[in-house]
Design a protein around this ligand. Structure first.
Ligand code: IPD
Ligand code: CA
Ligand code: CA
Ligand code: CA
Length: 270
């Protein structure tokens, strides 16, 4: 449990670092396209976390969105998977609704997941089979729900993407309503808190989901690809994070759509 305690401290310190740093000027660059933004604060926060973890645990490995551990190809030993700012667009445009996310795995097995809602300074955390918490308060098991009586979350980008959008459109029509927050980590948190019944993503990277899957598992939630398969920890995956009842209902929409299955396979190089 020593690593878990240290992770709680280090993620809280990273939050304080961001809140201070964002009061000063920072640069904004784009990466793969003009809407894929990264700021100095993303990079500096990853560096901040890397230095603290490296100092305390020199033999641990760290994979981060902004370049740390880009050569990691296996899950041996203690692996920290880090998103220094999840929801960079929210950080830039809203100055809120973004998170630091950490998932720790030992020899590929879940050890601890931590997500800090930076501006609220709320820490959601869970150690494997030890329950999940919001700060010091335990989170309860989530409840079963059906699509027609549920709020779910997904990104509108997938609804306008030809070749994969048919099942997404039908799910949106059949759900009570849909929300989109813009931080995958905080969308996992909402499912774990029970304020959303399911979160659907066509593509997430390891740093987007590594913390959230451990957190959600501790409150009885389930995380698979949209076709119901297990996640590959070091690859991109489509993801549904949900209570078990609605999970079973939703994956049937994707499994029934041959064009979706074909394009999904190609996209994720399965
Ligand atoms: C993004 C956010 C967003 C999700 C994207 C992610 P970033 O992470 O989680 O909600 O839709 O797929 O890339 O780039 O802000 O860390
Ligand atoms: Ca990013
Ligand atoms: Ca992210
Ligand atoms: Ca990020």
């Amino acid at each position: 449990m020593e690593i878990y305690k240290f992770a709680q401290e280090v993620i809280s310190d990273a939050g304080a670092f961001i809140r201070q740093r964002m009061t000063e000027d920072f640069n904004i660059d784009s990466k793969l396209n003009p809407n894929d933004l990264v700021t100095d604060v993303d990079k500096e926060t990853e560096r901040f976390l890397f230095e603290k973890i490296e100092e305390r645990y020199p033999d641990h490995r760290i994979l981060g969105e902004e370049g740390q551990g880009a050569d990691i190809e296996d899950t041996d030993g203690v692996l920290w998977i880090i998103d220094p700012i999840d929801g960079t667009l929210n950080f830039v445009h809203q100055l809120e609704n973004f998170a630091v996310s950490i998932g720790i795995y030992i020899d590929g097995k879940p050890y601890a997941g931590l997500i800090l809602d930076v501006m609220k300074d709320d820490l959601y955390h869970a150690a494997y089979e030890q329950g999940a918490y919001k700060n010091d308060r335990p989170l309860h098991d989530i409840e079963a729900s059906s699509l027609k009586s549920s709020l779910i979350s997904t990104n509108a980008n997938w609804l306008v993407r030809d070749g994969i959008n048919t099942p997404f459109i039908q799910i949106v029509k059949d759900a009570r309503s849909v929300r989109s927050l813009g931080s995958a980590a905080l969308e996992f948190v909402n499912v774990a808190r029970g304020t959303s019944s399911a979160a659907l993503f066509y593509r997430l990277h390891p740093w987007d989901f590594a913390g959230g899957v451990i957190l959600l598992n501790e409150v009885g939630g389930i995380t698979t690809t949209l076709l119901g398969d297990g996640l590959r920890l070091l690859n991109t995956n489509s993801i549904i994070a949900a209570n078990k009842t609605i999970h079973a209902e939703i994956i049937e929409y994707f499994k029934a759509d041959e064009a979706f299955i074909r394009n999904h396979k190609k996209f994720h190089k399965l």
